[in-house]
Design a protein. Structure first.
Lengths: 145, 157
């Protein structure tokens, strides 16, 4: 059998009205891929802004919560945030005596060389006479200082 | 544009992939690509040749992917396409025509492509050369070998 003996007609067929509908289907497919670029300008802008704003809000919430809570602060840090006047006022309302407070202080780690620390002495606004009287009151030997 | 070229492109694709649904999907993809790349179309080339080239590449890529998927050997793809030829509801040909189509499926994809364009679509070698970006000489040789193989297959049985 030779090739020329065979009819050249196509053996393939298509469903009825296939070619009538194909252009519309192609157009639909093109527009389905289009929405990425098809959003109105103000919506595109809104989406662009919304993302970063959301990230910033999440960061504020994430970083802000521990700061507002006391769970991660030590007792010393919390006390450091309280004014000295408030602390004194609080202590005056309690039954704790001055002697008890001094007994609680660990003097081994405190440098008591007041005379070399002019700023501290100035801050305390005490002269030598007052200091000597205070040392006498608490029975601290002046020679030790 | 779609209305003008859709039939030629569809039949070109259909002869390569056999199945109507596959051909339908590929033809749509071809025209979507044509629409997307219209800006890249060079005026010195014929629009039809350009669309034909896109369709040809889509067909070859489709068949290549089919072969690569699941590492199917080439003869299994031939069997799959032959089965579709036997079972598709959208095929209507006599016994000899069916035999010719089955003979064509035994050719390598590119050789089958050249044969289809020359024999069925009756394109000139120069046009096929432009579509496939191959020389006219190699196309003539390819077509000659294809015809010999097909006639040898038709003589069997």
């Amino acid at each position: 059998m030779k090739l020329e003996d065979i009819k050249k007609d196509t053996i393939y067929t298509v469903p009825d009205t296939y070619f009538d509908q194909l252009p519309t289907r192609i157009q639909t497919r093109i527009y389905k891929k289009k929405p990425v670029f098809g959003l109105p300008f103000h919506w595109n802008l809104a989406y662009k802004i919304a993302g970063p704003v959301l990230v910033v809000l999440l960061l504020i919430i994430y970083l802000g919560v521990p700061r507002f809570g006391n769970s991660e602060l030590t007792a010393e840090e919390i006390l450091a945030q309280v004014n000295t006047e408030d602390l004194v006022a609080y202590l005056q309302t309690t039954d704790i005596t001055t002697d008890e407070i001094i007994e609680a202080v660990d003097f081994t780690n405190i440098d008591l060389d007041f005379y070399d620390q002019e700023p501290i002495m100035q801050h305390m606004q005490m002269n030598e006479k007052d200091i000597d009287a205070l040392l006498d009151e608490y029975g601290i030997d002046n020679d030790l200082l | 544009m779609v209305r003008k070229y859709q039939k030629k492109i569809y039949w070109h694709v259909r002869k390569m992939v056999i199945d109507h649904d596959d051909a339908d999907d590929l033809v749509q993809e071809v025209f979507v690509k044509v629409w997307k790349n219209m800006g890249n179309f060079r005026e010195d080339a014929q629009l039809f040749t350009w669309i034909y080239r896109i369709a040809t590449n889509e067909c070859l890529n489709f068949l290549r992917k089919k072969k690569n998927r699941f590492f199917i050997p080439i003869h299994d793809i031939q069997n799959e396409l032959t089965k579709k030829l036997d079972s598709s509801p959208y095929i209507d040909g006599d016994e000899i025509q069916m035999k010719l189509q089955k003979a064509l499926l035994k050719l390598p994809d590119k050789q089958r492509l050249v044969f289809n364009m020359k024999y069925f679509d009756e394109l000139k070698y120069e046009e096929i050369a432009e579509i496939t970006e191959t020389s006219v000489g190699s196309l003539k040789a390819s077509y000659h070998h294809a015809v010999k193989k097909i006639e040898a297959f038709l003589k069997t049985d």
